[in-house]
Design a protein around this ligand. Structure first.
Ligand SMILES: [Zn+2]
Length: 99
């Protein structure tokens, strides 16, 4: 099977892609993302390289009247992810298509 690049057009230039549900070490579930462009981890300041997995933390920033929700990227060193799915948590970070 081959990917059709058509789908790309439906969305604005993405900086990350949703990988799917993942589990955190404390048992909570979160959403796993794959970086398309480099990010900076909100917790440790390390760079999240393209193709690396990361999660997001929703941070409430109280501003004058409206509450601003910011979703900050967090690297897998700070929050190890276990992607749920048909694998057993192992995710290839090479990005190469497997035949
Ligand atoms: Zn980090």
């Amino acid at each position: 099977m081959s990917d059709t690049p058509r789908f790309h057009k439906a969305r604005p230039p993405g900086k990350s892609r949703i990988v799917g549900p993942a589990r955190l070490p404390d048992g909570a579930t979160t959403m796993a993302y794959r970086a398309v462009q480099p990010y900076v981890c909100e917790q440790c300041g390390a760079e999240i390289a393209p193709d690396a997995l990361f999660s997001r933390r929703t941070i409430q920033r109280a501003q004058t009247l409206a509450t601003n929700l910011a979703r900050m990227p967090v690297c897998t060193d700070c929050r190890p992810l276990r992607v749920e799915g048909d694998g057993d948590g192992l995710v290839s970070d090479a990005g190469a298509p497997l035949g």
